[in-house]
Design a protein around this ligand. Structure first.
Ligand SMILES: [Zn+2]
Length: 303
């Protein structure tokens, strides 16, 4: 979108903004924190407690890498009190219009020790999926507490306390995963997925990572990508392979049938489920993925 079109869209958006947002403000009067996707919204809500109204631009189940913002999204962003994005090029679609808005903005992943993507067109760029390691999300919580304190200084103590409690919960999930993986023979600690979204979790939990494509924006597997994963699964005798909730698992079915590995189940990465689904929060997302991976690799039923 060029700048002129953007300004027109923005003006149109502001002209109609009164109807929906004023209603929200009248409801509870809290400052609005707008995040780019559901996982980030839940992490932010844990730190915000009930002092801020945290929303997500994209809905549960949405594909976030190639998302196209609507005029309504731009309107919401222009009216927010604080915008939170993941950064690391995850929301290239978002950065384009945020740059023109006069709204405070915080990058949740600021300070994370990044891992570069090794393959394909993304080679050398940082892997955006930093939230897939609970240890990184501890840093997200600190960054959010700092940003919320700037927005609402009266809430400083509460944000610090919320972030500290959330850090503890994140550490428990991390420690539990590492303990359970330690029971596996080292050669079986391999995580084979559709998207290369698990680099940070693999690093922090001692897993070897293999994937079909690096980022979900390209969900067309090439024959070379599928063949490469098949060769790895065969050579390492990996018992189970996995795919994520927001993409087609067809290429991973090919891998499974070519190698005899089981399809170990659905992993959640780029989106939470609906509130009544299996992963309505980030902590449940990580626990679900840990359960699924451990059950797949050990041949036991998921907890
Ligand atoms: Zn992704």
């Amino acid at each position: 979108m060029n700048r002129m079109v953007l300004l027109v869209v923005l003006a149109l958006g502001l002209a109609t903004a009164g109807c929906d947002r004023v209603g929200a403000r009248d409801d509870d009067g809290r400052p609005v924190v707008l995040t780019t996707f559901t996982v980030l919204a839940d992490i932010a809500a844990n730190v915000a407690g009930d002092r801020l109204r945290v929303e997500s631009i994209t809905k549960p189940g949405a594909e976030i890498h190639g998302y196209e913002p609507t005029p309504g999204d731009i309107r919401r962003a222009a009216q927010a009190d604080l915008i939170v994005d993941n950064g690391l090029n995850l929301e290239a679609w978002f950065a384009k219009f945020v740059a023109d808005l006069d709204v405070p903005h915080v990058v949740a992943s600021d300070g994370v020790r990044t891992i570069d993507i090794a393959a394909d067109a993304y080679a050398g760029k940082p892997n955006p999926h930093a939230w897939m390691s609970p240890l990184n999300v501890q840093l997200y919580a600190d960054n959010l507490a700092r940003a919320f304190t700037e927005l609402d200084p009266d809430g400083a103590q509460q944000y610090a306390a919320n972030a500290a409690a959330y850090r503890t919960a994140l550490q428990q999930v991390q420690d539990d995963l590492v303990t359970r993986l330690a029971a596996l023979p080292p050669t079986q600690r391999a995580l084979v997925t559709c998207e290369g979204a698990f680099s940070y979790l693999a690093r922090d939990a001692g897993l070897t990572e293999r994937y079909i494509w690096p980022v979900n924006a390209e969900q067309q597997a090439t024959p070379q990508q599928v063949t490469g994963v098949i060769e790895f699964v065969r050579s390492a005798a990996v018992p189970a392979v996995f795919c994520e909730s927001t993409v087609s698992d067809d290429p991973m079915r090919q891998v499974a049938s070519a190698t005899g590995a089981r399809l170990g189940g659905v992993l959640y990465v780029d989106s939470l489920s609906e509130p009544d689904g299996p992963v309505p929060t980030y902590l449940e997302l990580i626990r679900h993925d840990a359960d699924t991976v451990v059950a797949g690799l050990t041949g036991s039923a998921a907890r």
